[in-house]
Design a protein. Structure first.
Length: 118
């Protein structure tokens, strides 16, 4: 029963920020922390080079100061225009922050959690 409720909440959470918060509340009510990780303060200036290096080691192309002006997806992958250049890929990761215009374009919602303690 609980599994079915969590699965239903997960499906709704993909589309609805209110459902995302409800899922976090349900998860917490079952005695679970919203994240499997503990808090670790790591400024972006230190974390970004590590993540960038790992991504490049695994074959990713990482672009900084890039403007995505077009994005299309079909059954074969993704076509994008970045800085006026046409690119194709299996997928795209947009790591352009909380106010992401890409996320808005794709209709991906987000929510805000209460501040953590430092």
């Amino acid at each position: 029963m609980v599994e079915a409720l969590v699965r239903e909440q997960l499906q709704r959470a993909v589309r609805d920020p209110g459902a995302q918060l409800a899922l976090l509340a349900l998860h917490a009510s079952m005695g679970a922390d919203p994240s499997p990780s503990s808090f670790c303060f790591c400024p972006q200036v230190l974390l970004e080079p590590v993540l960038t290096g790992l991504a490049r080691e695994r074959g990713a192309q990482v672009h900084f100061d890039a403007e995505l002006t077009e994005l299309r997806q079909d059954a074969h992958g993704v076509a994008a225009i970045v800085n006026g250049r046409a690119l194709t890929a299996d997928y795209v990761i947009a790591a352009d922050g909380a106010a992401s215009p890409i996320r808005e374009t794709l209709g991906i919602t987000s929510w805000t959690l209460p501040p953590t303690h430092h």
